[in-house]
Write a protein that binds this ligand. Structure first.
Ligand code: IPE
Ligand code: IPE
Ligand code: MG
Length: 235
């Protein structure tokens, strides 16, 4: 159906608050509805044979939001993992997390670690969820690890191994941001050096099969050059 497909898609899931506000509902309703889109996007990615996806769920800056909203989001993640872990295993879906782990509420962290551990042999798709994640924070944490080890000089390949993704994960080929904003908001700064960017006005809770297919179609037409002159030939 497509001349080429991304191996790794990163999603900035934006617009939950606006979705709710448009309906006169509190913002948290938008987050709850957004979880359904997460489900749908995992299934679609699996169906299209995309082996890796990364979902931006909570940024290092999102702590600035009202305490009630932050608490709701952390509880939503915990409950989502709790009620879906068995299904992930059944459906062969692997989940891992990127981002800081030192500020996440204990019960949410416990479910994150349990999910990572119990899905680690699943192989149909590998889903990364970015929680308390910031691109700058990831880079600084990597540098601090290097300094602790007494490293004096490194190269790009070595540096990459200190970032949050396991080394076997390819860099995102496509980044999709919903809800009309055309910015990166501190997501995956290192990893998106040559990622194709796709922006849609659709709000995250409304993002469905049609939007997903449109993004894949758009991607299949992009000519990737990586600084050279010819299309790269790996996918
Ligand atoms: C994205 O939706 C979800 C998170 C950042 C957690 P928003 O909550 O940012 O929704 P808008 O941008 O206010 O509409
Ligand atoms: C980016 O969305 C973070 C997530 C989707 C988790 P934001 O809504 O927080 O980004 P800004 O504030 O519009 O840049
Ligand atoms: Mg937003």
């Amino acid at each position: 159906m497509f001349s080429k497909l991304p191996r790794h898609i990163a999603f900035i899931m934006d617009g939950n608050g606006r979705w709710a506000q448009k309906r006169g509902l509190p913002r948290i309703y938008g987050h709850a509805k957004g979880v359904k889109t997460v489900e749908n996007v995992i299934n679609l990615s699996k169906e299209f044979g995309i082996p890796f996806i990364t979902l931006y769920a909570f940024s290092t800056e999102n702590w600035k939001r009202p305490k009630e909203e932050v608490e709701f989001l952390m509880e939503l993640l915990r409950e989502y993992l709790k009620s879906n872990l068995e299904r992930f295993k059944r459906e062969n879906i692997r989940l891992s997390f990127i981002g800081r782990r030192d500020r996440i509420p204990q019960e949410t962290l416990r479910w994150m670690e349990k999910t990572e551990e119990e899905t680690k042999y699943c192989s149909a798709i590998w889903v990364f969820v970015a929680v308390d994640y910031g691109g700058r924070d990831e880079i600084i944490r990597a540098i601090n690890k290097l300094l602790k080890e007494g490293k004096k000089e490194i190269d790009e390949t070595t540096f990459k191994n200190y970032l949050d993704f396991p080394p076997e994960v390819p860099e995102p080929d496509l980044l999709i941001r919903t809800a009309g904003e055309r910015r990166i908001s501190n997501f995956l700064l290192w990893h998106i050096a040559y990622t194709e960017l796709y922006f849609t006005d659709t709000l995250w809770p409304d993002f469905g099969r049609e939007d997903f297919v449109k993004a894949l179609e758009d991607f299949s037409k992009r000519k990737r050059k990586f600084g050279g002159l010819d299309e790269e030939v790996d996918s």
